[in-house]
Design a protein around this ligand. Structure first.
Ligand code: NAD
Length: 357
């Protein structure tokens, strides 16, 4: 089949495209605006494939989305394009409203129009898969405050209570996607996933930031006391889950995806420091670089996913534990200093704009 992936030059989108090109015979159309978060260098391993096409476009541009759908005639859409960084959403929410809400609406309308014109068999088999986050559910009780906190997990039925402009914009987009199913019958699928980590992660996010700062002997900033809990999932496990949902999921269904890896942020930072101490020892102790900084406003204290539905219905389970995945991730950053350097220096953006480097 032919899959249109939006946001395919981003962290998770590029993992999805690498997974599809490497493990299936499907064709992929990557529709990406190439914001600061889009990096075609993350697709270097697969972009020579005859089954891969890149279309630079904005999902908010209806005419462009119409053209891409009509020229490429996809059998499925996997929608990952989004503004994704919570801190940026607090400093400037406008782009989050534009891309995550208006962009998803524009894509839904263009898709509905395209889907209506398909021959019956192709129309029945078509899927629109919207990729979202567990942050739409707000936060869960924390073991510091509640004795039975660990019994509380996000279920597919958990009511929405987003805390940040980012999670509120993603919650809005989820509601739009469900409404397009209920009202127009568009065959949609939704997934809400926990925090991802792994290769090609943009260095503004906690795990790559800590690895790269530590290697340069810079402070390792940790919000508040570092006791916020996240449920970490290795990005390649997420990519595998997403493809399974897109191809085998029941239209109209939502699946929560998580790694059963609840860790406090400070534990994550300690683990990275200890792996680096072993693989790349320095005169200084990496843990001594940890610097506690003022907490993020509205910071959610705990996220944790119950992923039993996708496990039971689609037979998906993560292959990596946090210990194996984080070791692979640290090793990947040590082996790929060029990719990191080009992102940190902004070369990946300047070169594609044709500017002198
Ligand atoms: P990312 O920021 O790394 O990548 C986003 C991609 O979307 C970039 O390539 C960017 O160029 C593109 N994009 C942004 N605005 C666009 C627009 N208007 N038109 C077309 N393309 C545009 O994000 P990510 O971490 O890969 O996340 C992908 C999706 O998964 C997002 O929808 C996010 O909400 C969701 N998600 C992320 C996580 C996580 O831990 N990173 C967890 C759960 C869900």
């Amino acid at each position: 089949m032919k899959v249109l992936v939006t946001g395919g030059a981003g962290f998770i989108g590029s993992a999805v495209i690498r997974h599809i090109i490497t493990n299936t015979n499907d064709e992929v159309v990557n529709l990406d605006k190439l914001t600061y978060a889009g990096n075609l260098e993350s697709l270097a391993d697969v972009s020579d494939s005859e089954r891969y096409i890149f279309e630079q476009a904005d999902i908010c541009n209806r005419a462009e989305v119409d053209r891409i759908l009509s020229q490429n005639q996809p059998d499925a859409i996997m929608h990952l394009a989004a503004e994704s960084h919570v801190d940026r959403s607090i400093d400037g929410p406008a782009e989050f409203i534009e891309t995550n809400i208006v962009g998803t609406y524009t894509l839904l309308e263009a898709t509905r129009n395209y889907w209506d014109t398909l021959p019956e068999a192709k129309k029945t088999a078509f899927r629109f898969h919207h990729i979202s986050t567990d942050e739409v559910y707000g936060d869960l009780p924390h073991p510091n405050d509640t004795a039975d906190a660990e019994e509380h997990l996000f279920l597919e039925e958990t009511p929405y209570a987003p805390s940040s402009p980012y999670s509120a914009s993603k919650a809005s987009s989820d509601h739009l996607v469900r409404a397009w199913h209920r009202t127009y019958g568009l065959p949609v699928l939704l997934t809400n996933c926990s925090n991802n980590y792994g290769p090609y992660h943009f260095p503004e996010k906690l795990i790559p930031l800590v690895i790269l700062n530590a290697l340069e002997g810079k402070p390792l900033p940790v919000y508040g006391k570092g006791d916020q809990i996240r449920d970490w999932l290795f990005v390649e496990d997420h990519a595998r889950a997403l493809y399974k949902v897109a191809t085998e999921g029941k239209p109209g269904a939502t699946y929560n995806i998580g790694g059963h890896n609840e860790r406090q942020n400070i534990e994550v930072v300690h683990t990275i420091c200890d792996i680096l101490q072993e693989l790349r020892p320095q005169k200084y102790s990496y843990r001594d670089l940890i610097t506690f900084v003022t907490d993020r406003p509205g910071h959610d204290m705990r996220y944790a996913i119950d992923a039993s539905k996708i496990q039971k219905e689609l037979g998906w389970a993560p292959r990596e534990t946090f210990e194996t995945g984080i070791r692979k991730t640290v090793q990947w950053y040590l082996n790929n200093v060029d990719w990191c350097q080009r992102v940190q220096d902004g070369i990946y953006q300047r070169e594609r704009l044709g500017a002198a480097v």
